[in-house]
Ligand binder design. Structure first.
Ligand code: NAG
Ligand code: NAG
Ligand code: NAG
Ligand code: NAG
Ligand code: NAG
Length: 346
């Protein structure tokens, strides 16, 4: 009876001073990984005149609902608590930092309370939001389909939450360039920089975050990916023609091919005579502005084509018709690449 009056008096008194003598300092929220630890940094301010009431009988408690659903009591043995853990801080030093082990997934506020036999009791309606999940994906920026221009520098960033017991390890696959890591607040960020090349077009780039767990459970790894859309000028340009031998004097259809992003939007055909100076040669206007052209099979004419998109242009190598006389009555001609003859400037 006597004790409960003391408690009541103290209680009223502490409530009455409204934060002047008392204040607990907690982060707004704490994040955790299921099956791993969660550390809640906690400290409190207590006026000096209560020093004698703060003794070794004091215990730290955590509630899931304010003053109900006790989930942790520092005076109980580990396995007697719903959420097992340890009071890491020393209450005599006004440190109530608590570490929980092997938590299940949940999202709820936890409320701290100090409870001493001396009658000193304190709690606070401002809890800490605890969010324990089984997946913590890293965050990419930019994300999804990322458009870049060939030759220009690209910067991709990937951030992951620091979770108990340690920071995650971030990695990029493939690692196309230099990576730089920074740690700020609760976030680890890795920035990947490289120069975009046409070879990176449609490439999928993955950022992985690896978390170690301190509870004997296996490590957890989370991934996010983006896809590069590289805008590049025509590349791998070539002239296509029928593979079977062609007759001299007949017409053959040449087709111009090349990869480009966006696709080529202009083709131009040029002819070059083996005996220069006769009629058309390099440097003169195009024969035709189309992807395909019908040409007369002739031993002394060479053709090439220019492929263009908004990012640039490229010329194919020259084609030459070589006439093979396979019978006395019929001359067969075959087309072949003669890039050694004359390499157009690119
Ligand atoms: C309760 O806790 C919050 C958060 O730490 C603090 O800002 C507030 O002052 C406390 N209230 C009292 C009455 O101690
Ligand atoms: C990107 O290109 C620039 C200029 O050509 C060069 O200085 C830089 O080292 C390149 N960066 C990478 C990651 O290769
Ligand atoms: C060009 O062709 C080569 C060889 O086939 C290939 O490795 C490369 O990816 C191609 N480049 C583009 C941009 O398509
Ligand atoms: C001509 O060259 C292109 C690219 O250099 C090649 O893809 C093609 O197969 C060649 N054609 C012949 C007939 O050799
Ligand atoms: C391709 O050849 C034509 C004719 O010689 C020339 O005018 C053009 O500049 C060339 N294009 C490229 C990309 O080299």
């Amino acid at each position: 009876m006597e004790r409960s009056i003391t408690i009541l008096l103290l209680w009223c008194h502490l409530q009455g001073v409204g934060g002047q003598d008392w204040a607990v300092s907690l982060p707004q929220s704490v994040k955790g990984l299921q099956g791993s630890c969660v550390r809640i940094p906690c400290s409190f301010m207590l006026g000096q005149r209560w020093d004698t009431y703060l003794d070794h009988t004091c215990k730290a408690q955590w509630f899931k609902d304010f003053r109900q659903a006790l989930v942790f009591d520092s005076s109980l043995a580990g396995d007697q608590n719903l959420y097992q853990g340890e009071l890491e801080g020393n209450l005599l030093n006004r440190d109530c930092t608590t570490i929980f082990h092997n938590l299940p997934a949940f999202k709820s506020k936890l409320y701290f309370r100090i409870d001493c036999r001396s009658g000193l009791k304190y709690d606070n309606t401002t809890g800490v939001e605890v969010n324990v999940k089984d997946v913590w994906n890293p965050v990419l920026n930019p994300k999804g389909q990322v458009e870049v221009v060939e030759g220009r520098p690209v910067m991709l960033s990937c951030s992951a939450q620091t979770l108990c017991p340690d920071r995650p390890t971030l990695s990029w696959t493939p690692s196309l360039g230099d990576t730089q890591e920074t740690v700020e607040d609760e976030l680890v960020t890795s920035v990947l920089t490289f120069n975009a090349s046409a070879l990176h077009h449609r490439q999928r780039i993955t950022c992985s975050s690896l978390y170690k767990r301190n509870t004997g459970q296996s490590d957890a790894s989370f991934k996010q990916y983006l896809t590069l859309n590289v805008l590049y000028r025509p590349d791998n340009v070539s002239v296509e023609w029928p593979s079977s031998p062609v007759l001299e004097g007949s017409f053959v259809r040449l087709s111009c091919k090349g990869s480009a992003n966006p696709p080529a939007d202009r083709y131009a055909w040029y002819r070059s005579r083996l005996n220069p100076g006769t009629d058309q040669g390099p440097g003169e206007g195009p024969l035709s502005i189309s992807q395909s052209i019908n040409v007369l099979v002739s031993a002394d004419a060479q053709y090439f084509c220019e492929v263009r998109n908004p990012y640039g242009a490229k010329n194919t190598s020259l084609t030459q018709m070589v006439v093979h006389c396979e019978s006395t009555t019929m001359a067969h001609a075959r087309l072949q690449n003669v890039s050694s003859y004359w390499v157009p400037s690119t």
